[in-house]
Design a protein around this ligand. Structure first.
Ligand SMILES: CC(C)(COP(=O)(O)OP(=O)(O)OC[C@H]1O[C@@H](n2cnc3c(N)ncnc32)[C@H](O)[C@@H]1OP(=O)(O)O)[C@@H](O)C(=O)NCCC(=O)NCCS
Length: 180
């Protein structure tokens, strides 16, 4: 994993219609523990981790790095949106900004992930002006639907980690304008 690039971090909190995206704080730790230990959240992410391990290893302020947005609803964390740059990935994805997302099951089915990811992608457009890639298991139907809703188009399908994977790409907003 490499640095995201020349971005100001932490950013001013980003407000959407229903949510706030911001850098991680100590009060988010219980929600991070829940995310990492939930079998539902981790079905397509290699499986949940034992609570004891996570409680022991997680820093006081978890996941505090440029590109890691906590998503807050009514003052509490409901998920995380991750923007990272991979140095080891599929050739089409190496060096590109990669979007990831994890939401607590109680927050599924309300459009929160789409709303938060859209705001994070707008932030990438403003801060970096680059295309974004996204990889997900094809069996992860909710994630595949979200990728399509966010405007990611298929680059390739491939096999990795014992599962069928999908790689999508969303052009930078400036490229969309140029190509239209
Ligand atoms: C992937 C994940 C974020 C998708 O969550 P999600 O709840 O399906 O996505 P959204 O929050 O965008 O909600 C979309 C759903 O809410 C519905 N919805 C309800 N009210 C809505 C509203 N006001 N606005 C928009 N959509 C709304 C939509 O119709 C849609 O339902 P559908 O998929 O049945 O059509 C979630 O399943 C998750 O966290 N999974 C575990 C982590 C994971 O696998 N991440 C992928 C890593 S690659």
């Amino acid at each position: 994993m490499t640095e995201l690039g020349p971005v100001a971090w932490p950013p001013a909190p980003i407000r959407t219609e229903r949510l706030v995206l911001r850098a991680s704080e100590a009060r988010d730790r219980p929600a991070f523990v829940e995310l990492l230990t939930s079998p539902e959240v981790n079905t397509y992410l290699g499986g949940a981790r034992p609570r004891e391990d996570v409680e022991g290893e997680l820093p006081a302020v978890p996941e505090q790095w440029p590109g890691s947005f906590v998503v807050e609803l009514d003052g509490g964390m409901i998920g995380q949106v991750l923007l990272r740059r991979h140095d080891r990935h599929r050739p089409a994805a190496v060096g590109k900004v990669d979007l990831g997302y994890l939401f607590l099951p109680r927050a599924w089915g309300s459009g929160y992930a789409a709303e938060a990811c859209k705001a994070a992608l707008d932030w990438v457009d403003d801060a970096l002006g680059e295309p974004v890639v996204l990889a997900t298991q094809t069996a992860n139907v909710a994630s595949m639907r979200l990728a399509a809703r966010l405007g990611f188009a298929e680059v390739e399908r491939f096999r990795a980690w014992d599962a069928d994977q999908w790689l999508g790409l969303r052009p930078a907003a400036s490229q969309l304008v140029k190509n239209s």
